[in-house]
Ligand binder design. Structure first.
Ligand SMILES: Cc1ncc(COP(=O)(O)O)c(C=O)c1O
Length: 442
């Protein structure tokens, strides 16, 4: 029997209830029983029954340190008391009024206080919706049609924000450029046909491929010079990277910002925010051809607003963001000391989301946000190998739940002890994979 099968079999024996549920799920959910692309794993991810703080437990009683954290939404951890209380209070007062209410104003005021570039806001149901709305806003405001995006930047799964070349997607008005190439960017913007240029905050795939800071500076200036609006997708970074998001850290001043995940403290929501003059496209007094009528059953529903207010109040002093950054640095740096010492061809990098790079170490940058290679292809190869499945499974066996064995999403309430346990488990797993030559020495 191969090592991979041996591990899968061992994993199964302590997860018989999960395996049974997976059997039922497979006949309902076509993606091998999973309900999200990131939850597909061979043989299956565990079925979770409870989560609290930085931990979660599966139906078979196995405990995990959670590094998925609501796909990045839970910087405050699972079951944050203020958020839970706010949801309970609101649920008792009504789930949906189909009317205006006070919490939507409070939530928007908190967001504009933290991010100065967000003068006006439209709430919606998800991050992707906010990005799709940005395309319409930019087209209506500029009178242009085309959208400019960057390779590997993730903005959602549908329509013109989907990854390029996705099955079933047609995007005739979208151009996708390689990241960090200023000359190419200028050549495109100079055609003056672009309504909007979109960038993921901190870099592609939650910071896996970071931006070159000088490229971002040039992009802001060029977009403005050629009459193209710039939207920063802060769905992941908004209120995670710092109080004012990624844009605060790099001193960016985008025309539009999309938000999701952390903004609603763990409930589904999105927001498109931006310059007051641009957002005038929602003004009902404008003629129909120059105006967007933004309908959406879940726009600013009381439950998400209550959770959003409770969460955003906690982000105001920057405390959770600073703590998550500190914990991320500890995990990354401690892990890298061990990986170097063991001679493993792998490095950890990033801030509150720590990525694992597996592959040739081409440059060992002193800046911990950067991977040990400048090649986006190498980074993506590293993130999409079969090794990730095996690593993910082995980590789950040792009580560590990651996003695909390559991403560790931290909260502000992980503990040092949990991080140390994780570093040890990671080292053991990589050691095993190195013995089989699945992971190579440095
Ligand atoms: C950077 C980024 N933008 C947009 C989205 C889509 O957000 P949602 O899943 O809320 O639609 C995601 C989801 O992971 C994301 O990572």
């Amino acid at each position: 029997m191969s090592f991979a099968n041996e591990v899968a079999d061992r994993y199964r024996t302590t997860r018989s209830e999960s395996e049974q549920l997976h059997g039922r799920a497979k006949s309902l959910f076509p993606a091998n029983g999973a309900t999200h692309g990131a939850r597909i794993l061979e043989p299956f991810r565990p079925y979770i029954v409870r989560a609290q703080g930085f931990r979660k437990w599966d139906v078979d009683g196995n405990e995990y340190v959670d590094y998925c954290m609501g796909h990045g939404a839970l910087i405050l951890g699972h079951g944050n008391q203020a958020v839970v209380d706010a949801i309970k209070r609101q649920a008792e007062r009504g789930l949906h009024y189909s009317e205006n209410h006070q919490a939507e104003i409070e939530w928007a005021e908190l967001i504009t206080r933290m991010m100065p570039a967000t003068e006006r806001i439209e709430f919606c149901a998800s991050g992707q919706e906010a990005n799709l709305l940005a395309c319409r806003v930019a087209r209506t405001f500029t009178g242009r049609r085309r959208i400019l995006r960057f390779e590997e930047n993730f903005h959602g799964w549908a329509g013109e924000v989907a990854p390029a070349n996705s099955a079933g997607v047609s995007m005739p008005d979208v151009t996708v450029l390689p990241m960090n190439d200023t000359d190419l960017l200028e050549r495109e913007l100079a055609t003056r046909q672009y309504a909007l240029v979109m960038t993921e905050g901190s870099g592609a795939h939650m910071g896996q491929i970071p931006w070159d800071p000088s490229f971002i500076r040039d992009l802001g200036e060029m977009a403005s010079a050629y009459g193209t609006l710039w939207m920063v997708d802060e769905v992941v970074t908004g209120f995670r990277e710092s109080r004012g998001g990624w844009q605060e850290g790099v001193g960016a001043n985008p025309d539009l910002t999309s938000l999701g995940k952390c903004v609603a403290g763990g409930l589904p929501a999105g927001a498109l925010a931006g310059r007051a003059d641009v957002m005038e496209v929602f003004d009902p007094k404008r003629p129909p051809e120059k105006r967007i009528r933004h309908t959406g059953t879940w726009n600013a529903n009381p439950l998400q607003c209550a959770a959003g207010v409770a969460a955003c109040k906690q982000y105001l002093d920057g405390g959770p963001q600073a703590r998550a950054t500190e914990l991320g640095a500890y995990f990354r740096d401690t892990g890298n000391v061990r990986l170097r010492k063991r001679g493993i061809g792998a490095r950890l990098y990033g801030r509150t989301i720590v990525h694992l790079y597996l592959g040739p170490l081409e440059s060992d940058s002193s800046d911990p946000v950067y991977p040990p290679t400048t090649s986006p292809d190498r980074i993506m190869e590293s993130a999409q190998t079969i090794t990730n499945n095996q690593l993910c499974l082995r980590l789950l066996e040792r009580g560590i739940a990651t996003m695909g064995g390559r991403m560790f999403i931290l909260s502000s309430i992980h503990t040092m002890a949990a991080l140390e346990h994780t570093v040890e488990a990671l080292e053991l797993c990589l050691d095993e994979l190195m013995e089989q030559r699945t992971v190579l020495p440095a």
